[in-house]
Design a binder for this molecule. Structure first.
Ligand code: SAM
Length: 272
């Protein structure tokens, strides 16, 4: 059993509504870039592993033949299905499952993605190997993970607020054993069988029209914050929220750009 609470479905189940509403502002540009990198065509059949509320699936669907979206959180999938229906998109099939044991035959897809999903798997090697297995030879895969917090002014701003509310929470050091480290990322993706692997940094810049809007966007879409709230209980949480909002009010000037950086691993399944 993994020690990372985000490797379980429950926090994602609980954050699904807020994620669907507030995460796109942060996450959509990364999915849009991943789609460009994969070189899709109208005939492409694609798989979106750990699809969540469907950021990538919904963007890609109009450009491809079909999308299989898989995630272990039913509430996230429910939001994906609702968004697809609202947009009149009929070529996404969303189903519940574990990204470490994909319910698809070998060689089924023309491209595969896992945006900020595989990074949470307790067995990432299995995640890469499964993504590889279900792609046809020649197909491309794009997998994303966050760069270290120190590279993201958005995350640094948020950690400033967390530390103000609870000094035991400090900005994390880069984790050189995780996909934050491009060498680890490349080695693990190659280990899954992928060829031609490159790891690219991709940065997006966001602005918020007020510190309140910044707080709302981050707090409502964040599974880690939801877990923190549950751990400390409602009374302590309310006190902490007040301190965090105060911190942001003092430190964020409306419309100041804040950046966030991801690493995108790109590779393909070699032809025999
Ligand atoms: C940060 S969200 C990313 C969602 C979406 N790909 C995006 O870019 O917005 C992480 C997603 O990974 C899913 N997830 C985590 N571990 C999983 C696993 N082992 N199998 C399937 N889904 C998983 C969670 O349920 C959640 O929807």
């Amino acid at each position: 059993m993994s020690e990372n609470p985000l490797a379980a479905a429950e926090p994602w189940d609980l954050v699904a509504d807020g994620y669907a509403e507030f995460a796109p502002a942060i996450m959509r540009p990364f999915s849009a870039h991943a789609i460009e990198l994969a070189g899709l065509s109208p005939e492409s059949r694609i798989v979106d592993v750990a699809a969540g509320t469907g950021m990538l699936s919904l963007l890609a669907a109009p450009q491809v033949q079909s999308v299989q979206a898989i995630d272990f959180s039913e509430p996230m999938l429910a939001r994906l299905r609702a968004a697809a229906a609202a947009a009149g998109i009929g070529n996404i099939e969303a189903r519940a499952g574990d990204g470490q044991a994909l319910p698809f035959d070998d060689d089924s897809f023309d491209a595969g993605f896992s945006m900020f999903g595989l990074m949470f798997f307790p067995d990432r090697a299995k995640g890469f190997a499964e993504l590889f297995r279900v792609l046809r030879p020649g197909a491309a895969a794009v997998v994303s993970s966050w760069a270290p917090v120190a590279e993201s002014t958005l995350m640094r701003m948020m950690f400033g607020a967390f530390t103000a509310a609870d000094p035991s929470i400090q900005e994390p050091e880069p984790n050189f054993l995780s996909l934050e480290n491009p060498e680890v990322f490349e080695t693990e993706m190659r280990g899954g069988g992928f060829a031609g692997v490159t790891i690219q940094r991709h940065t997006t810049v966001l602005t918020f029209d007020s510190p309140e809007r910044l707080w709302e966007t981050m707090a409502r879409s964040s599974a880690p914050l939801l877990l923190m709230r549950r751990d400390v209980g409602e009374q302590v949480w309310a006190e902490r929220v007040a301190v965090m909002r105060e911190y942001l009010a003092a430190n964020y000037r409306p419309n100041t750009p804040l950046s966030t950086t991801a690493l995108l691993g790109i590779g393909h399944k070699p032809r025999p």
